[in-house]
Every structure is written in C-alpha cells, then in structure tokens.
Design a protein around this ligand. Sequence first.
Ligand SMILES: [Zn+2]
Length: 143
Amino acid sequence: MGIECPRCNQSGKKVKSITVKHLVTESLAEKVPDKEIYYLCMSEDCDVVYYNLDREDIFNRTEIKVPIWFKKDADPKYICYCSKVTEEEIIDAVINQGAENMNDVIKITGAMENGNCTLNNPLGRCCGSIIMETINKAIKANK
Ligand SMILES: [Zn+2]
C-alpha cells in the first residue's frame, strides 16, 4: 500500500530517492538522502510531487525540474522522459502516421531509444506501460 499524500490524502506510488535526487532542482538535491523511499502523488490536481514516509520532506511541482505528465497543465506532457517524447507525439503517430502498436510508435517517435528511466522518469520506471496506455487511448479516440 502507498502512503497518503500530506496534501490531498490520495495514496502515492513508491519511488527511490535516487530518482527524486535527480529530478528536484539543484539546490534541493543535496537535501535528499541516499537511501530513502519517497512517494509520488498521483493526483492530477495536487501540487505535491514527492513526499517521504514520515511526510515531512515534501517537494512541490515548482521544485521539480521536469513537468509531471499526469498533473494538470503539465507542459510538455512527456511520456518517455529519456527520449523526450510527448503524449502529443504518440497520439499524432497513431492518428496521423498510421502507428498501430508499440513498435510502430517507437520507430516513428524515437521513444525508449535512450533508456535511463531510473533517473529520468518521475516514477523511476520504464515508460513502456504508459506508452501502451497512450496508444490505446489514441486508437479509441480515432475510431
Ligand atoms: Zn497529493
């Protein structure tokens, strides 16, 4: 079970501190301990991005170097943070360039070409499943 966000009380997803350290602004990076578990607040409307187990270390959107794709008004909405591929580019590949699956999208957009997800992705995980979700969403919208 995830620990609840101190602001919106929704449960967040576990992220290792190595990811948090890499994504917070330079001056805050040194405050992030090496081996600690953080949580990513998954709610669209909440300004909190990361918080720790005792909910005392909290990082807001303005303290993170990249936009968090599922947060309201994220711009750009990166899906693949490593290769800087946006939701818009994936949807365009499906709707305007005939992509039907993961391989097509990777070929057209260059997603997942340079993978270093532990550091670049806000969840510290491979973006593959989110690319898949985005493809499915685009296919549905295109019908
Ligand atoms: Zn929250």
